[in-house]
Design a protein around this ligand. Structure first.
Ligand SMILES: [Zn+2]
Length: 363
């Protein structure tokens, strides 16, 4: 009889574990109550503000709320400022103002409006550059603008190989011991925002044309690799070598790493048109290291998620620009010793992202 009860109890425990594993939709009400939380950070993508009436995307099937996107951002900032455990920082995943601003000669004004909204945020914001940044501004302009947040980087003494070059916009920082964020420049290889007479432009146009014979280079029609379009870009070998060096340092020092980029690099996490040109090269570098636990990107607007075979969680955040006024699109990620929990708002779903076993923190 005793054994029967014991077996039954064990069965209940087993059942509970199974249910816990299966449940990737946590109750948002319980997300903030775990005492093991190490730190948190905010995420938001594709705000694409413009002082324009609503419009539609290129395919005409998604409404874009150009003016309301500013209100969405202001709402997100209010929420982050009010959170009981204040995020250490916010990651702005790119496409802050819409390309239409350039047509109306409103680029600088719109950037100022959005940057003024960010002044209300009580924590630092790290800005990524997306294609819409380059529709509005040249790379040189961006480098000297408030969208350059490289001053927030952390440098590793005695490891000069982990210092990014000035040839691309990328850096790393450590908001919590042993947890490093790496911002990548997905338009390091691109025909956007650079002088058309420069050798780099010629090199990038050659890459694009080799893969895309369409007259309209923004069209993926008929392409075997549909991500070779003008609105995407890629990573130079120089940047990938630097990434490899930083990840080597992180591996050696048992750090956890989250990579952030405007363009996603994992094909299963969404429709593949939006991938970085040489996503395979970036994946190869990332997969040759133990330390990476997550990859956050924007650009897709619809959002998406997938865990790759190496246990890295790929999150494509839902875009603010295609979010109706009665909804929201941003999130706070809470980091624990063994997992990250994304607490999404509005269109952004909650997610529990467990670290691969060997990647758990050991205290
Ligand atoms: Zn984009």
């Amino acid at each position: 009889m005793f054994m029967t009860w014991l077996s039954f109890l064990l069965y209940l425990v087993y059942l509970e574990i199974c249910l816990e594993v299966m449940d990737d939709k946590p109750n948002p009400g319980t997300l903030s109550e775990n005492s093991e939380r190490l730190f948190s950070f905010g995420v938001i993508a594709d705000i694409q503000y413009a002082d324009l009436e609503d419009g539609y995307n290129f395919q005409g099937n998604r409404r874009r709320y150009y003016r309301h996107s500013l209100l969405h951002l202001q709402g997100a900032i209010e929420d982050w400022n009010k959170e009981s455990s204040t995020p250490c920082c916010v990651l702005q995943l790119g496409d802050l103002i819409d390309g239409y601003n350039a047509q109306y000669k409103a680029s600088e004004k719109s950037l100022e409006v959005v940057m003024n909204a960010f002044k209300m945020l009580e924590v630092p914001v790290h800005h990524i550059w997306g294609n819409h940044e380059f529709y509005n501004f040249s790379r040189d302009y961006l480098t000297n603008s408030k969208l350059n947040t490289k001053f927030l980087e952390d440098q590793i003494v005695h490891h000069p190989e982990t210092m990014p070059s000035e040839n691309y916009y990328a850096y790393h920082f450590v908001p919590f011991p042993k947890f490093r964020f790496i911002l990548l420049d997905a338009y390091d290889l691109s025909v956007l925002g650079i002088d058309q007479s420069s050798p780099k432009y010629q090199q990038c146009m050659k890459i694009l044309r080799e893969h895309n014979p369409n007259v309209e280079l923004n069209s993926p029609q008929g392409l075997s690799e549909p991500h070779f379009v003008q609105f995407n870009g890629g990573f130079s070998q120089e940047q990938l070598n630097w990434l490899n060096d930083v990840l080597t340092f992180s591996d050696t020092h048992q750090e956890k790493v989250v990579i952030v980029s405007h363009l996603p690099i994992y094909p299963d996490s969404f429709n593949s048109v939006c991938l970085a040109w040489n996503y395979r090269d970036a994946l190869a570098v990332m997969w040759s290291h133990q330390c990476v636990v997550g990859f956050f990107a924007g650009h897709t607007h619809d959002g998406g998620y997938s865990q790759d075979p190496f246990g890295v969680h790929h999150v494509n955040l839902e875009g603010v620009i295609e979010t109706a006024p009665d909804s929201q699109a941003f999130g706070t990620v809470h980091v624990y010793p063994d997992k990250m929990i994304l607490k999404g708002r509005g269109r952004v779903p909650d997610r529990i992202m467990n670290f691969k076993k060997e990647a758990s923190f050991h205290f």
